[in-house]
Design a binder for this molecule. Structure first.
Ligand code: SAM
Ligand code: SF4
Length: 342
């Protein structure tokens, strides 16, 4: 009997899901807490998890190492706001030691408020690229979107990251009637600063204390508008994430579009998501999950832990079922993006 090469590899080392996708990318939300309250992400009076439910940094490291053993070559640390977790640099340092030993890239998504403090340590740990979320360049708008954030802290954080040698990608959620008139200016600013820009469609995840169908802006529309001013050239550039990139001829930087709503990105999905409580979500847009904290705290061996992770991967679904429906504005998925970290 001949065995498909990809499946043979899955038996010995890598993780291949039921749809033949190699799972090589782990996103780890190290805390659900955040120092901001972005309107599309969480409600102002968000309830956070009790600290006792949250894995220690050592437990998170053990899970990450198991994933690396199973073929994960890229890890993104996210949150909530990852840089508000105490001693988070220890995790970066420990995982950084795995770079070149199975791990190809260690990276971070942050709101940038604490980057001035952390940028150099991140670089020293081996991080080379960071995603910083910034939806506007207008201080008043920034305060309104984040409910109380100060934009200077983020701009200083981005500057510190650049100075430390980190490549910055600015992530902006495109929000109808909120920042849609500013996307041109943001692309120009990113171009001047040498940062790539990545636009994201708002996804129906978690109660935000209001109706988010009003915020939804299809990126197909935005791209059409951008093309009136900018020359967007197709590129094969990929970061291992879900964005589709274009070179912006006038700036020499790139623009990416993450379009879960207008164009389903599931067929090439290589990712799974681990929460700070050790819950593994095989899909951002589905509720099925594996409780790895229970497995971990049962005192299992590495082999048993690997088996539990492999089993979870066999349940990875084909794709998400996100819908934006004006008649039914309830979120498609009850949990917040801050739990799984986007
Ligand atoms: N706090 C960090 C930050 O803001 O970058 C990391 C976690 S945050 C949940 C990760 C990304 O998800 C951010 O770029 C944020 O803008 C995005 N995000 C949050 N809620 C979203 C939603 N409902 N739809 C689309 N993107 C969302
Ligand atoms: Fe916090 Fe990031 Fe959510 Fe904004 S998007 S509230 S910064 S977790």
């Amino acid at each position: 009997m001949t065995v498909e090469p990809a499946l043979a590899r899955a038996d010995t080392m890598g993780m291949i899901d039921p749809f033949g996708r190699a799972i090589t990318y782990l996103r780890v939300s190290v805390t659900d807490r955040c120092d901001l309250r972005c309107v599309y992400c969480m409600s102002e009076d968000m309830t956070f998890l009790p600290k006792a439910d949250v894995l220690s940094l050592e437990e998170l490291e053990r899970l990450c190492v198991a994933f690396i053993r199973l073929g994960t070559n890229k890890i993104r640390i996210t949150g909530g706001e990852p840089l508000v977790r105490r001693d988070v640099q220890t995790l970066f340092q420990r995982l950084g030691q795995r770079l070149g030993q199975g791990l190809d890239e260690l990276t971070l998504t942050t709101n940038g408020t604490q980057l001035t403090k952390h940028a150099e340590a991140l670089y020293a740990a081996g991080v080379r690229r960071v995603n910083v979320s910034l939806d506007t360049l207008d201080p008043a708008r920034f305060a309104a979107i984040t409910r109380w954030g100060k934009i200077e802290k983020v701009l200083d954080g981005i500057a510190a990251a650049k100075a430390a040698g980190l490549h910055v990608k600015v992530n902006a959620v495109a929000l109808k009637g909120v920042n849609e008139d500013e996307i041109d200016d943001m692309l120009a600013w990113c171009g001047e600063q040498g940062h790539d820009l990545c636009l994201i469609e708002t996804m129906p995840m978690g109660d935000i204390g209001g109706d988010r169908t009003d915020q939804y802006l299809p990126l197909s529309l935005v791209r059409g508008r951008l093309r009136q001013r900018w020359t967007l050239q197709d590129t094969s550039y990929q970061t291992g994430g879900p964005a589709r990139y274009f070179d912006v001829q006038e700036t020499g930087t790139r623009i990416g579009f993450i379009t879960p709503m207008t164009h389903n990105f599931c067929e090439s999905c290589n990712r799974v998501r681990l929460t700070c409580t050790g819950t593994l979500y095989m899909c951002l847009g589905q509720d099925d999950a594996a409780d790895l904290r229970r497995v971990l705290r049962d005192g299992v061996s590495d082999a048993e832990l690997d088996a539990a992770i492999r089993l979870a991967i066999t349940r990875k679904p084909k794709g998400h079922d996100f819908v934006i429906d004006r008649r039914n504005p309830a979120p498609s998925v009850a949990r917040h993006m801050s739990l799984t970290g986007g």
